[in-house]
Design a protein around this ligand. Structure first.
Ligand code: GRF
Length: 208
């Protein structure tokens, strides 16, 4: 049984997609053992509670400096004893000690086709605003392993989504969520749960 810890900051629709996939059986041999949020008001915590999943808040605001927050956050992660950590709309930069300790066991969902529209400052609506500003005809989402960079780790899955005339950032964000994010994240967890993702020479190899 794969033990999955999900880290969230906001609405939690990606968490919900994973919860639903586990409950409906499209993700197997997997248990979401805990949710950690940096934001005590994150609706994602209510989603976890509604499904009997333990949710805790570890907020940087509760610590005098970053190092103390990082220590407490990493301790909370270790206490969950996860096999896999999923960042589902998690807006906190991870401590490097965590990335080293959980190398190629931290998955992130990003709302663009990396390497487009990613890196520092590219999160939430900003990603879609930039895609519309550039005038791309296709965007999408990416699931990747987390490394020390920002959105730079090995790419595991991607899915393209059409940009439509008249799209607003919010309309495009919703389409990317519905048509890509909420499909890719559960698929990546199912693959990971069954040992179908390996990393060789810095690139993810997926055997479906
Ligand atoms: C999603 O667009 C996700 O790709 C990005 O942040 C947003 C979080 O959405 N990382 P939610 O909290 O999962 O609804």
């Amino acid at each position: 049984m794969l033990r999955v810890l999900v880290c969230v900051s906001g609405g939690g629709t990606n968490l919900q997609a994973l919860i639903d996939a586990v409950e409906q059986g499209s993700v197997t041999d997997t248990e979401i053992v805990q949710v950690i949020s940096n934001n005590r008001n994150a609706y994602a915590l209510q989603r976890a509670a509604a499904h009997g999943i333990r949710g805790v808040c570890v907020s940087p605001k509760d610590f005098p400096e970053r190092a103390a927050f990082y220590d407490s956050f990493l301790q909370a992660v270790d206490d969950a004893a996860p096999d896999l950590i999923v960042l589902a709309g998690f807006l906190v930069v991870l401590p490097e000690a965590m990335i080293r300790k959980y190398r190629n066991r931290i998955l992130n969902i990003h709302p663009s086709l990396i390497p487009s529209f990613c890196g520092a400052g590219y999160y939430g609506l900003k990603v879609h605003e930039e895609a519309l500003k550039r005038g791309v005809r296709v965007t999408g989402a990416t699931v990747h392993f987390v490394d020390e960079g920002t959105d730079t780790g090995p790419i595991v899955l991607q899915k393209a989504v059409s940009v439509m005339d008249g799209d607003t950032p919010a309309v495009l964000q919703r389409r990317v969520m519905e048509e890509a994010e909420w499909i890719l994240l559960p698929e990546a967890v199912e693959l990971f749960a069954h040992g179908k993702i390996t990393v060789k020479d810095g690139r993810a190899v997926v055997t479906k």
